[in-house]
Ligand binder design. Structure first.
Ligand SMILES: Nc1nc2c(ncn2[C@@H]2O[C@H](COP(=O)(O)OP(=O)(O)OP(=O)(O)O)[C@@H](O)[C@H]2O)c(=O)[nH]1
Length: 249
């Protein structure tokens, strides 16, 4: 089972415009600092946070219990002008785990409900048999073919199109897809066989972009992500001609 945690800023919309619309650069600084802060605290427990929409972030939290989540929630409440609520869920696939985490939190009230503040809604926690499978997907040679030859915004548009293509294909398999910077994506993909990811990557005619992917499988997000990176490096280094390469703990 994979464990996913939804982190949602409480009543954020109204806060951003009270008493008047807050300076956008200040909101961007708050969101970026909150993301980095959460990343640092989840990473301390070998978790991994994806910024998603910033007011709603998803983390892989295998190995983290109620106390771990409460400590993070309290620390944010002590140091920020806003508070966060969290939902936690586990399932065979990442999509279902985040669906359960979301439903658990939604059962405590709406995101902009004034009564809902610093809720921790745990549907379920992964046990010691839980595991994480993450694919690190990368566009081939983006530096030479796009970054160094096209206007920066045009390259960003291509990366965005690849992201949409991958999200559309992977959600059908119960897998999630997050942009993590540059030309890189990470897909929590418990339950997806490497052959299934290879099939998706080979459907690149829809986007006319060559992709490769390292997959890692381990007890925590940090270990799985690192194995995925190592598998990707093995592809880059020519140690394998596979376009999708799996490494296990
Ligand atoms: N978050 C994150 N970003 C990365 C990682 N590796 C590379 N990047 C980013 O991706 C950009 C492109 O790096 P590469 O993917 O190595 O460059 P490339 O031209 O695609 O080369 P190949 O991937 O070897 O084909 C870099 O400028 C970084 O911004 C990673 O592991 N994590």
């Amino acid at each position: 089972m994979i464990q996913m945690t939804l982190i949602q800023i409480d009543n954020y919309g109204p806060w951003t415009v009270t008493p008047t619309p807050r300076r956008e650069s200040d909101l961007q600084i708050l969101q970026a600092e909150l993301y980095a802060d959460l990343q640092r605290q989840f990473a301390a427990k070998q978790g991994l946070v994806f910024f998603m929409r910033f007011d709603n972030m998803l983390a892989i939290s295998n190995g983290m219990d109620m106390e771990d989540h409460l400590r993070i929630q309290e620390s944010i409440g002590n140091r920020y002008p806003i508070t966060v609520s969290m939902g936690v869920g586990t399932a065979r696939t990442p999509y279902d785990a985040q669906r359960k985490a979301t439903k658990a939190l939604q059962s405590h009230g709406g995101a902009q409900s004034e009564d809902r503040k610093e809720v921790l809604a745990i549907d379920s926690l992964a046990d010691e048999n839980g595991f994480v499978q993450i694919a690190h997907i990368d566009i081939n040679g983006i530096t030479e073919t796009l970054t160094d030859t096209m206007p920066a915004y045009d390259t960003s548009f291509v990366v965005n199109r690849v992201q949409h293509f991958l999200m559309k294909k992977l959600i059908k398999k119960g897998s999630l897809l997050f942009f993590i910077g540059g030309d890189n994506f990470m897909s929590p993909c418990n339950g997806l066989a490497p052959e299934g990811l290879l099939k998706i990557i080979n459907e690149k005619d829809e986007i006319k972009i060559a992709l490769k992917a390292g997959i890692g499988k381990a007890s925590t997000a940090e270990k799985a992500a690192n194995l995925a990176d190592l598998a990707l490096e093995e592809i880059r280094g020519g140690f394998t001609y596979d376009l999708v390469h799996l490494m296990k703990e």
